[in-house]
Design a binder for this molecule. Sequence first.
Ligand code: PEP
Ligand code: MN
Length: 334
Amino acid sequence: MGPHVSEEEIKNVEKKVEEAGLTTNVSRGVERTIIGAIGDERQVQKEAIEALPGVEDVIRVVKPYKIVAREWHEADTVVDIAGVPLGGNTIQIIGGPCSVETQEQMDSAADGVAAAGCRLMRGGAFKPRTSPYSFQGKGVEGLDIFKGAADKHKLPIVTELMDVRALDSFLERGVDVIQIGTRNMQNFDLLKEVGKIHVPVILKRGLSATISEWLMSAEYIAAGGNHNIILCERGVRSFETAYRNMLDVTAIPVLKKETHLPVIVDPSHAGGKAWMVPTLSKAAIAAGADGLLVEMHPKPCDAWCDADQALSPEDLKTLMGELKAVANAVGRDI
Ligand code: PEP
Ligand code: MN
């Protein structure tokens, strides 16, 4: 509180803090009066105190998220995806096309994913497209096509959920990992719903979300009881136009410090061009990522979505070999 604060103004703040079930400690200095709030400060509405007369600033000293914070859970979380561990010493590369197109396309994509040595497969049946006139995904039929292709190689599947109304179809078909896409990172109702189940969730970073906002979204899922959460950095909006998004490599060590949740990186949607994918993948693993989400299409130039950023099956296999050396250099394996 400022220099000319009255006793009544101090009392008002104390009252507000105490109403929330906390106790106070008043420290009167020459220029400032500091009122310490003792207890669970998450119960205090910051804005309600800021609005009181005489209050200059309200500073939180504990993080707004708790379950996902490293502070409360020191050990790294390892998410078990149908027997495949994500978050441990072994780095997992999730490969597959941007979208599910046909059975033939998914069958050969699954062959390519398995041949490259990946243990998990991606593919979107529900696609969040910028234009309403672009291909929107095969929907539920796409889930069946995907499952059929992946099952032949016993590959667990990762696919995006955009709408709560499709959740039952995901559960009935045994989707192994639900992806919450960038555009839905703050769709709080969707987060609450996937928080009620125990299927692992990949939570992608919002287009311009801060790390704190992202972790708060993860906390929504965790607060419901689902702690099987994997964070995915996929590049953020920047002023640069030479690539699709700016891969925030710096976020990886910051997340590793702030949270015990596994962190993966999507180099495909970051760079937006296939030629950038190997370099960004190596940077991600060197920086401590626990895995990658990489787009691969059996025939990249025929892809119905994101053709220019898809690796070929051969490119993916080559990349897997190169990544092994990087993983080993940071004391891990692939
Ligand atoms: C995707 O992975 O298919 C996708 C749409 O990515 P993002 O949500 O990161 O844009
Ligand atoms: Mn894509």
